[in-house]
Design a protein around this ligand. Structure first.
Ligand code: ZN
Length: 432
């Protein structure tokens, strides 16, 4: 088994999340650029001008923000963007104005029933402005008081920024790994996906690979639509893919299947989860969620699933200030990475073979195939794996088929196939 799980790897991922956490990201602007600059992999940075038509959408104007606050009548800041960037509705238009609470109130957003939490709100495609605050903060506002609000933002022609990292493999066929980079100070929703993708990229770049790997660090929705619109011909090479998100919380893994429902990536993830012995959940594709919506739109129908721990929208901290640095843990980040590595191991090693001695069983002992395996349950499993691979290697069944049917972990099946190949009992057949 390839393993990347050193005790430090989770801590390293958490440290990257901590560095990125304070940056105010949105779907465009300096926050995305600064985030991409901080990623420790050689990204190619793309800038797509505002106004570019991408299928049914148009790349929006670029939004940037320097400051925002609400002051009471004594001049004291009672809501301050510099303390927490969630306080401003993303894509808020600039404003500086004094107003009574009645005028201000329609622009204030809270989380119902969680008095200390601040929600995360956006106004990407509707020109508006607003502040997000806790109910505790809102309770301090008085009906007869005058407030001064400032949002020092700009919304003007610029570009949409995304990062791409391509690892060339032996085959032109690709595995797509995609994560969103458009949320401000939210740790699980977007930063955990980024940190797992970075570590996975570093791991895959260390050794020669069969597949080519394409990593996309893009703003949600408009980023994947832009990439698909500008790289339509490249999508034919994408054989498998994963959207990575919400991978640092304490929940068990949730896997959302591709639209196809029975793609190799679906089966690989399900096999890894099944043999992990940990609680997990597999759910069918539905057209809501993250960028799998775009990759799995009918005009593309790519084999891209979505790997999460707790599912978006299903945990109370989702899209609130409680999705913070304490909500994501090194051990769960490391566990999520481990799952991704195990899945790519399966994709890399899944092949079809032809048994070259198909008439009755070959003598395995005489060929030294039991050597180096001590007696006991491990040897039994190894022996059984050899027999399963020999029996099902009729050119029709892949190693993944054999692992599923035998209920033996893929790594054992794959290493049995390696031994049989070395003993000239198997030959590879072309992938179907
Ligand atoms: Zn989100």
């Amino acid at each position: 088994m390839h393993t990347v799980s050193t005790p430090d790897v989770g801590a390293e991922m958490h440290a990257l999340i901590s560095r990125l956490y304070p940056i105010c990201r949105s779907i465009t602007g300096e926050g995305v650029r600064e985030t991409l600059r901080q990623l420790p992999i050689p990204l190619e940075i793309h800038e797509v001008p505002s106004g570019t038509k991408v299928f049914d959408w148009i790349v929006p104007r670029e939004w940037n923000i320097r400051d925002a606050w609400i002051k009471d009548s004594t001049g004291k800041k009672i809501v301050d963007f510099n303390q927490l960037n969630l306080h401003v509705v993303s894509y808020s238009l600039p404003i500086r104005k004094k107003m009574a609470l009645a005028e201000l109130k329609p622009h204030l957003y809270t989380v119902a029933g969680r008095s200390e939490w601040v929600p995360y709100r956006t106004s990407y495609y509707r020109e508006d402005w607003g502040f997000c605050l806790s109910e505790q903060q809102l309770n301090q506002f008085k009906p007869d008081e005058q407030y001064e609000v400032l949002i020092d933002s700009t919304l003007q022609d610029g570009s949409l920024t995304y990062g791409e990292y391509f690892i060339k493999g032996e085959e032109p066929n690709e595995v797509l790994i995609s994560c969103h980079v458009c949320h401000p100070s939210l740790a699980n929703d977007n930063l955990s996906g980024i940190s797992v993708a970075v570590q996975l990229a570093q791991h895959l770049a260390k050794a020669p690979r069969r597949y080519s790997y394409r990593f996309l660090f893009i703003p949600g929705t408009i980023g994947s639509i832009t990439w698909l619109a500008q790289n339509e011909s490249a999508t034919k090479r994408i054989q498998h893919g994963l959207v990575l998100t919400c991978l640092g919380d304490a929940g068990g893994i949730t896997y959302k299947k591709t639209r196809r429902g029975n793609a190799e990536i679906d089966r690989a993830v399900e096999l890894v989860l099944k043999h992990s012995g940990q609680p997990h959940r597999t759910i069918d594709f539905y057209p809501y969620g993250y960028d799998e919506r775009q990759y799995c739109s009918p005009g593309f129908n790519l084999a891209v699933g979505c790997l999460m721990r707790s599912q978006h929208g299903q945990f109370p901290e989702y899209h609130t200030s409680a999705d913070n640095l304490d909500f994501v843990h090194p051990e769960f980040l490391a566990d999520s990475l481990e799952k991704c590595v195990a899945v790519t191991d399966i994709l890399e090693r899944n092949r079809r073979y032809q048994n070259l001695n198909p008439k009755c069983e070959p003598q395995l002992g005489a060929r030294g195939l039991y050597e180096g395996v001590t007696a006991g349950p491990e040897r039994q499993k190894h022996e059984l794996a050899l027999l399963w691979v020999l029996n099902l290697s009729d050119g029709e069944h892949s190693l993944l088929d054999i692992a599923e049917r035998s209920n033996i972990p893929f790594a054992i099946i794959s290493s049995a196939a390696d031994s049989l190949r070395q003993a000239d009992l198997l030959k590879e057949v072309q992938q179907k």
